[in-house]
Design a protein around this ligand. Structure first.
Ligand code: SME
Length: 155
């Protein structure tokens, strides 16, 4: 079951990210708020782009085997290459999908773009859910706001 985004979450995320002492703390706080306030987010994490490789940073959920993802691989690699949000309602029907957990049914990946140059990918937010089609337009909008806020801390 998906849930509507509670009205205060966007503001709480923006404040937590702005008030964090450094970029790592900003990412850690954002992941914690997302995971606790959106119960259907089974796994929430942030990858940072290092050259041609996405490197896993702060996350909550089961440890992922995919701590380093080349740009050409996975839904994560596709979102970074396309510089676009990708929502997958049924991961078993997407040949790009790299499995993190057998229970995962749907996924959303939102790129974090350089505020000064949207052609530059700094990283991305990756969320998995054990529910099929868990992510709505509200989730996309919420996570794109988080990505914009984090971008200002990562530059
Ligand atoms: N599912 C991702 C890999 C990362 S794990 O879900 C944490 C992908 O297909 O790129």
């Amino acid at each position: 079951m998906t849930t509507t985004v509670d009205h205060t979450l966007g503001g709480d995320l923006a404040r937590a990210i702005a008030d964090a002492p450094d970029a790592t703390a900003a990412m850690t706080r954002a992941v914690a708020l997302l995971k606790t306030r959106r119960p259907h987010y089974t796994w929430a994490g942030i990858y940072l782009l290092d050259g041609d490789t996405l490197v896993l940073g702060p996350y909550l959920g089961k440890p992922s085997p995919h701590t380093r993802i080349p740009l050409g691989r996975g839904i994560c690699g596709a979102a970074a290459t396309e510089r676009a949000t990708i929502v997958v309602d049924d991961v078993d029907n997407d040949s790009r999908y790299l499995a993190c957990s057998l229970e995962t049914k749907s996924e959303i990946v939102v790129p974090i773009l350089d505020p000064a140059d949207a052609a530059i990918v700094l990283g991305e937010i990756d969320i998995d859910s054990d529910q099929p089609a868990a992510f709505t337009a509200d989730d996309t909008s919420l996570l794109q706001g988080v990505a914009r806020a984090l971008a200002t801390r990562l530059r």
